[in-house]
Write a protein that binds this ligand. Sequence first.
Ligand code: C5P
Length: 239
Amino acid sequence: MTQQPSGALQNEPRGVLVVAIDGPSGSGKGTIAHRLAAALGFHILDSGALYRLIGLAACNHQVDLADEAALAKIAAELDVHFIPTEDPQEPLQIVLEGQHVTRLIRTDDAGTNASQVAKFTAVRDALIQRQRDFAQAPGLIADGRDMGTVVFPDAALKIYLTASAEARAQRRYKQLKDKGMGVSLHALFLSIQARDEQDMNRLVAPLKPAADALIIDSTEMSLEEVFDTVLAAAQARLG
Ligand code: C5P
């Protein structure tokens, strides 16, 4: 099911085309974002990875996940490299402080820690410019929770991708299983619900669709159908 956007088309800063894809955990944003980036030849920003990396770096340095000032310092100084690969299962290799952490940051615990650090204003502020710097010609697909609302409010196209919590838990379960990571479906469902609750109700940059977003509820849609819908919207908007 899709809902058409109503806002006027605006250009991003520096004339770089940005497609913002926001939505809750497990909505398929990541897969769609990578496919769209490949189809359009655009760069990609996985903003969730940044919050996951801050959580991991904090654990590595024994920083309390409730210490906003210390977390903001980690965010400001984050030593991370995103290295594109040809592997569709793992399109980016992520190196934190010289260590490959691509898989380590994908666990459910890493997601929960990310959600914990992401609620702090100082942490989010410390990441804003780093995220905007990803906007390089010819364009950027920005995947996250606040891409269309806060980080790229003038994005040429904003997509809000969602699905029922049950469907998202099923998909995440399959994804983690395919990667050889063992996890219980019920535990995933509860964790997705908890993360929705935290991400949607936090005071700063809560997860919500931008007023001019194209809303896609993918509960009853296949990945191909979602991708075709998003690609058609991108082609129509970006020309
Ligand atoms: O997208 P992903 O599941 O990797 O994001 C992990 C967590 O990071 C989210 O649950 C959310 O709390 C936080 N996040 C955020 N803003 C973003 C991207 C992620 O707050 N733009």
